[in-house]
Ligand binder design. Structure first.
Ligand SMILES: C[S@@+](CC[C@H](N)C(=O)[O-])C[C@H]1O[C@@H](n2cnc3c(N)ncnc32)[C@H](O)[C@@H]1O
Length: 273
């Protein structure tokens, strides 16, 4: 398996602090969550998608929520802020988890969001300890899909709900794309859309709803790239020329893979009966 840091999106976990500095915040300043949310959502359509998750699986106060692959914890903080649920933000990369913890403290959400720096494959908690699990664009990174799908099932209590947004193989995927996807997107468990549903159903989940996000995300990634290129000078001032090139390279890869249907996307809601 490749190293996750080869994926250009992840090379600098501290870059978000530079974005916040450019907004006028000094190092130890308290942060306004809306300002942080402009940068801390490492998935498509930002907090709009997180709000839709809150509504579709009815996340509420006192819920015990797990976010798998939380990055800086952007979705976890938004969920906690909107609902006062308790959220565990589980993240593999230590630097992302540490910067995430700092952002949680500086937004005053530390009594709601707990950052856990661990590989989901090694995460050991009692079964049935969460009533909601959420995950954005993280599961496809994790190898052994059957094994971790079973684990998602076991971690939920009865009637527990799962909300996922994730990548899938696109309709034009060929095995010759595999190496590129492993290196550039750290893809370790992509599946076809229909197999994705089967894997969840086979461990016992009821599929409540699912949506093919491929064309939405093709548009999103295309617009995201254009916006970055339009704002090149501003981005270079904050992140330097190399910082710009790194992110542009990643945004180009994502846009191209969607445009050529090498990858696709899924939104999925499941229940444990
Ligand atoms: C695209 S980011 C999304 C982060 C966050 N969900 C968001 O939307 O802002 C995916 C995250 O999954 C994490 N990840 C990958 N493999 C993981 C694993 N085995 N266990 C926990 N986290 C993992 C990555 O390190 C990365 O931070």
């Amino acid at each position: 398996m490749n190293n996750i840091k080869e994926m250009k999106l992840y090379s600098d976990a501290h870059r978000i602090l530079k974005d916040l500095k450019a907004l006028g915040y000094s190092e130890d300043d308290k942060l306004n969550l809306e300002d942080v949310n402009q940068f801390d959502q490492l998935h498509y359509r930002g907090t709009l998608s997180v709000q839709e998750a809150i509504e579709s699986i009815s996340i509420q106060e006192n819920d015990n929520v797990l976010e798998v692959g939380a990055g800086w914890g952007g979705p976890s903080r938004y969920i906690a802020y909107k609902t006062r649920a308790k959220v565990s933000a589980l993240e593999l990369q230590q630097d992302y988890s540490e910067v995430g913890q700092e952002l949680t403290l500086r937004t005053g959400l530390e009594s709601f969001v707990t950052h856990i720096n661990q590989d989901f494959l090694n995460f050991s908690q009692n079964d049935s300890c969460f009533n909601k699990i959420v995950s954005w664009l993280a599961l496809y990174h994790i190898p052994y899909r059957k094994k971790y799908t079973k684990k998602l099932f076991n971690l939920l209590n009865k009637k527990g709900m799962l909300f996922i947004e994730d990548l899938t193989f696109g309709s034009s995927f060929e095995s010759s794309h595999k190496k590129m996807l492993e290196k550039k997107l750290f893809a370790n468990s992509l599946e076809k859309y229909s197999d994705y549903l089967d894997t969840c159903a086979n461990v016992g989940f009821e599929i409540v709803e699912h949506k093919d996000m491929s064309s939405d995300w093709e548009n999103f990634t295309n617009e995201r790239l254009k916006l970055l290129q339009t704002n090149r000078n501003k981005h270079e001032k904050i992140h330097g020329v190399d910082g710009y090139i790194t992110i542009e390279d990643f945004y180009k890869t994502a846009a191209k893979c969607f445009a050529e249907n090498i990858i696709g996307g899924i939104r999925l809601v499941c229940m444990k009966n």
